[in-house]
Design a binder for this molecule. Sequence first.
Ligand code: NAG
Ligand code: NAG
Length: 273
Amino acid sequence: MAFVPLGIFLGGAVTAIPVVTGVAEGVSHQKKQNEEAANETRMIKFNILISCDSKDELADEVDKGIVVLRHNKVWIVPREDRDGKPFPKPPVPNIEPPLHAFAGFYIQYPDDERCPPERGLVSTISDDPPMLNWIYVDSNTYELRYGNRTASIQHIVGEWDWTEDESCVILEGWEGFTAIDESSAMSEEEWEQTEWGKEGLRWALYFDRDDNGLKGRRNKRNMFEVVLNRRLQSTEDQLKQLEEAEKKMQVKSRGGLKSQFTAPAAERKRGWR
Ligand SMILES: *[C@@H]1O[C@H](CO)[C@@H](O)[C@H](O)[C@H]1NC(C)=O
Ligand SMILES: *[C@@H]1O[C@H](CO)[C@@H](O)[C@H](O)[C@H]1NC(C)=O
């Protein structure tokens, strides 16, 4: 019952996201795809909390961290709890704009060339204006990135999923995520000159796609295996965000709610989150 208003809201979004499958796959497959695409459970927004069980002292920098999106990359920073909710704890003070924590959900990636269609992962990248981007793995470096459809379509955009108990994020069927210390291939001075070094960002998320410890891609940088834990946002929080988003839409959009949903999710500039 609690999800009804959310369902209506997201239901509006789902109808406008193209659900395309090959003709040969048949009607029942199409039906399954549509059901999956409209599955509200898949669209419950979550944050990603990191755990790392390495005994190495350095691993403490990523264990109990939270995932944030910055400079087109996906980073791990320490977290702090406020009112029982996780927030990024900025490594250096007064970062502007503030670090934005991953807050996303699963939804089918709109691409006719991907057959069967792949389940993608989106996240807000800013709260005002509310914007959604795809989370993807760069097919050359295997680092996690975020971007619109144009930026992501040539890369690994799915299939994103959850573990059997729905508690953790997986990609291509397994939990091959690692954290790499981007600063460990350069001197401290060099790192401080980079755009992320200035903000104290060190640990970036990678996907060990070939299950070989990122052979040929790691460049001797420090690396730890990490687990991406899904921390579901409460219904109350989601509804509050939807209300705020709707308020903003009423102010900002000319065509009203419906017209916000005609563009594919990735290209939507604002409208919902
Ligand atoms: C939606 O997802 C949940 C959780 O995996 C699953 O139990 C349910 O059967 C799904 N519903 C549909 C219509 O696919
Ligand atoms: C998509 O992102 C790219 C940068 O990755 C940008 O140049 C382009 O304008 C964006 N497209 C849209 C439709 O926003």
